[in-house]
Design a protein around this ligand. Structure first.
Ligand code: Z5A
Length: 212
């Protein structure tokens, strides 16, 4: 038996996080891990879903100050971690999260220019050393990811930002994952079947290591 784990999927829009989440879930089930919960950030509690709507949809009320955007992301995250994720892990439930704090470092840090030190201080203040056991980072060129996302549905407030914003966001992801031994990078520009196969084999390798 492996103790329940917190697995995070990260990447730009259109990277294929939805597909990755299904793939990870199936791979865990093949391994006889059946107690699994899927969550998304921001969101997945009633309050966090309200914050999600506020962040994604309000183009026209007024511009968000970048620090306000960061604090709202953290408010939603703290609500989800304390109310849902940590209690689930304690009960032996595995949690797969579509995004976590690497998103704040990439979007509000890299994209909007808030200092990394400040974001890390905020994280430590409320979540201490609570970190994912594994992060799957799906690396996609913004041009490709945004094209996929725009085919799927109307773009939201953040998705309307410039290509340069998303280039800076990706650069920040790449810089930050270099420092993190618990992150696996997957080339998400490739055909969806190849990406899925690569995620599956990386998850299986990781699970093997957890058992030994
Ligand atoms: N945000 C933030 O700024 N700071 C934070 O701390 C957090 C979040 C936590 C959340 O919105 C927004 O909040 C997000 C970041 C910000 N905003 N932006 N921009 P969201 O959850 O709605 O947005 P998202 O996470 O970016 O979701 P997404 O666009 O749905 O991305 P995805 O889940 O990775 O994409 P997908 O639905 O899996 O795939 C999109 C389409 O591409 C779909 O039709 C797939 O079939 C297709 N696809 C996927 N992979 C492939 C490949 N390999 N080839 C071809 N087609 C593919």
């Amino acid at each position: 038996m492996i103790k329940s784990k917190f697995i995070v999927i990260e990447g730009l829009e259109g990277a294929g996080k939805t597909n990755a989440s299904i793939c990870i879930q199936h791979t865990l089930k093949e391994y006889n891990i059946k107690n699994i919960m899927l969550v998304r950030q921001p969101g997945s509690t009633p309050i966090a879903e309200k914050i999600r709507k506020l962040i994604k949809n309000n183009f026209h009320i007024e511009d968000f100050v970048k620090e306000t955007e960061l604090l709202l992301m953290y408010a939603a995250r703290i609500q989800l971690v304390k109310k849902i994720i940590q209690p689930a892990l304690k009960k032996g439930i595995w949690v797969i999260s579509d995004r976590h704090d690497l998103s704040s470092l990439a979007y509000q840090g890299g994209g909007l220019g808030i200092k990394k030190k400040l974001i890390n201080q905020l994280k430590y203040l409320f979540l201490k050393d609570f970190i994912p056991d594994l992060t799957i980072y799906l690396d996609v060129y913004p041009e490709i990811g945004l094209k996929r996302a725009s085919k799927r549905s109307k773009l939201d407030r953040i998705e309307h930002r410039s290509l340069n914003f998303f280039k800076k966001t990706r650069e920040s992801y790449l810089k930050n994952i270099k420092l993190d031994k618990k992150t696996i990078k997957i080339n998400a520009n490739l055909d969806i079947q190849i990406v899925t196969q690569n995620i599956k084999s990386q998850i299986l390798k990781w699970l093997e290591k957890k058992i030994v």
